[in-house]
Design a protein around this ligand. Structure first.
Ligand code: DAH
Length: 339
């Protein structure tokens, strides 16, 4: 027969069950499930509270009441686990959906750049000379008066200096932006004994008029070959070989007499597309002047050599049909992209 206390406990258990089942049905998230667990099933939760009450029952009744409470606990725990699994799954799916990458979207393209045409042509020319047995060396863009002029047989008041007017550096009378790559001839020969067989690519600077074929900054490749028995025939052969290699058979070259203080005899080379009536001067050349060889303690009786300095922009203009040198420096992307 049930006692009063037991009735009270069972009634409370029924109320608890009623309330808990309703709340269980209203749960809508993992977080709410956790709150539910604390409220009903936690160590200080409502069920624990009822279980505590068992102590107040007469021993004979505890077993029955305990069985009822434990059954309730199991029911609630099982129901809660079911809900929890549902929500955990749904929440995981929602998170995955939110984080999903749409791999069908086209990617962002990066534009691929390319080397500037002047750089390309310089490299192409270097390659040709390397195949002809030359070594590539470089020298400084800021030069001294000695290397740019004096050592090249142009003393202070030499009239030829007018052809290479430069930019000077304030406060440093002796320094200037080199007007040609020829000073590197001297720098190389000072440190080596013949045979010397080098090419020198680099930037040059001149206080020139700016027009379709002149720019105050431009690029040259210098060539120097000094050894025993070098003659004008080597000069002509080398120049014609590289011109044909660079331009191909549709171009022709001619040699024209010229004057440079550092060569004797001196000449210039013109190139044109076959059939065109416009020649373009692409380089100055000559047999290295004995005075230049003496300057670096080479005996001109023993050694001879030839040299030239070619304009890289002019080579590019001829080969690629660019008719204004300024195009190379305006950085118009439509022009640059063409090559
Ligand atoms: N340095 C000369 C110039 O810039 C070009 C030149 C002529 C270079 C004759 C040479 C040479 O090496 O032998 O106009």
């Amino acid at each position: 027969m049930a006692t009063m206390q037991q009735d009270g406990l069972i009634q409370k258990a029924q109320q608890l069950q009623h309330q808990a089942v309703q709340e269980l049905q209203a749960l809508s998230s993992v977080k709410e499930c956790e709150e539910f667990r604390v409220k009903y099933l936690g160590r200080k939760g409502q069920l624990a509270h009822l279980l505590d009450g068992l102590k107040t029952l007469p021993p004979a009744e505890r077993a029955e009441a305990g069985r009822i409470l434990n059954a309730l606990k199991e029911t609630l725990t099982a129901e809660l686990e079911k809900r929890l699994t549902q929500f955990a799954l749904a929440e995981k799916e929602a998170r995955l959906r939110a984080e999903a990458l749409d791999v069908t979207l086209p990617g962002r393209r990066h534009k691929l750049g390319s080397l500037h045409l002047i750089t390309q042509v310089t490299k192409e020319l270097e390659d040709i000379f390397v195949r002809l047995g030359f070594e590539v060396v470089t020298g400084p863009e800021v030069e001294t008066d000695y290397y740019n002029f004096e050592a090249l047989n142009m003393p202070k008041d030499h009239p030829a200096r007018d052809d290479w007017d430069s930019f000077y550096i304030e406060g440093f009378d002796d320094l200037l932006l080199r007007t040609h790559t020829s000073p590197v001839q001297i720098r190389v020969m000072q440190h080596r004994r013949p045979p010397v067989k080098v090419v020198v690519p680099g930037k040059c600077f001149r206080r020139d008029a700016t027009d379709a074929t002149h720019s105050p900054v431009f690029h040259q490749i210098e060539m120097l070959w000094v050894d025993r028995g070098i003659t004008l025939a080597h000069l002509k052969g080398t120049i014609l070989a590289f011109i044909e290699e660079f331009f191909g058979k549709n171009f022709e070259a001619r040699f024209v007499g010229d004057y440079f203080p550092f060569t004797e005899p001196s000449l210039q080379v013109h190139v044109r597309r076959k059939g065109s009536d416009r020649w373009l001067e692409i380089l100055g050349a000559g047999m290295v002047d004995p005075a230049v060889l003496q300057e670096v303690d080479y005996d001109p009786e023993e050694y001879t050599g030839f040299a030239f300095g070619l304009g890289v922009e002019r080579m590019a203009m001829l080969k690629y049909g660019v008719d204004d040198i300024r195009m190379f420096y305006q950085n118009d992307i439509r022009f640059i992209e063409t090559f």
